[in-house]
Ligand binder design. Structure first.
Ligand code: SF4
Ligand code: SF4
Ligand code: FES
Length: 253
């Protein structure tokens, strides 16, 4: 058992500061355990959001020693404890209290993105079996499967400099929703088209592929390589390819 010092952000949107707490750390503890222990021992009013304690609900996102992390998946044994461990809220979203931020902007963005619009089932024709099945290539299924692992922790949104430093929440939907859009655009039965949205309202051109989002994703989704870059290619192909542009002018398309 070792006594460890934590510097935890306390405050509201208007004012706040780091407050030091000491608590004993035992084998197997994660940062969320330490927060719960601090709540029990010395700060009963410390606000922290969590739910599953299993890395699956995406609620306990925070910045531990300056890095966006799920508190329930960050082992104390992986942190240096010879100096204070800092725990602060995600900085990209408005603070509600202590470690709890208002992430509702993300849900509003999600509502803007056109939902899945499936083509008719492959066996819906009079000669088909009528069971409502679609046939698709296994490779296409696996490609979107990766994106569906997202737990909406919003750590990728937190670290993205377009949102974090430039506050372009009105112009850029962020890596989480580029991944969500990719899951729909690459879905083999989908018939909708989100490329104009991604170019204009979604602000995909603002992403400069720094890959910071990929580095912090707890589900290890290859956000930039597998979602953003292929979407960028589709947008460029559609709107900026000079040959296709000419063709559209002459065809009136
Ligand atoms: S790769 Fe793009 S979306 Fe990801 S953090 Fe960098 S700028 Fe943001
Ligand atoms: S893509 Fe990864 S980092 Fe971003 S919200 Fe989903 S799980 Fe979290
Ligand atoms: S409490 Fe659910 S992801 Fe951490």
């Amino acid at each position: 058992m070792a006594s460890v010092t934590f510097k935890v952000w306390r405050g509201t949107r208007d004012q706040g500061d780091f407050v030091e707490y000491k608590t004993d750390i035992t084998e197997g503890m994660v940062v969320l355990d330490a927060v719960h222990q601090i709540q029990a021992e010395s700060a009963g009013d410390l606000a922290a959001r969590w739910n599953c304690k299993a890395g699956k609900c995406g609620s306990c996102s925070a910045e531990v020693n300056g890095m966006p992390k799920l508190m329930c998946m960050t082992r104390m044994s992986d942190l240096p404890t010879d100096r204070p461990v800092t725990i602060e809220p995600m900085r990209t979203f408005p603070l509600i209290k202590d470690l709890v931020t208002d992430v509702s902007w993300n849900y509003r963005v999600k509502q803007e993105i056109a939902r899945l619009k499936p083509r008719p089932a492959d066996d819906a024709s009079p000669s088909g079996s009528g069971s409502g099945a679609w046939r698709m290539d296994q490779g296409d299924v696996e490609r979107v499967q990766e994106f569906r692992k997202c737990i909406e922790c919003f750590l990728c949104q937190d670290v993205c400099h377009v949102l974090r430093d430039h506050h372009m929440h009105g112009e850029f939907i962020g890596p989480r929703f580029l991944t969500y859009a990719a899951a729909l655009e690459m879905q083999p039965i989908d018939t909708d088209d989100r490329l104009a949205y991604l170019k204009d309202k979604g602000g995909i051109g603002l992403c400069n592929i720094t890959k910071c989002c990929t580095k912090v994703c707890p589900e290890e989704i290859h956000i930039t390589d597998n979602a953003i870059i292929p979407l960028k290619e589709r947008v460029v192909d559609r709107f900026y390819d000079p040959v296709k542009k000419l063709f559209r002018v002459f065809s009136g398309g």
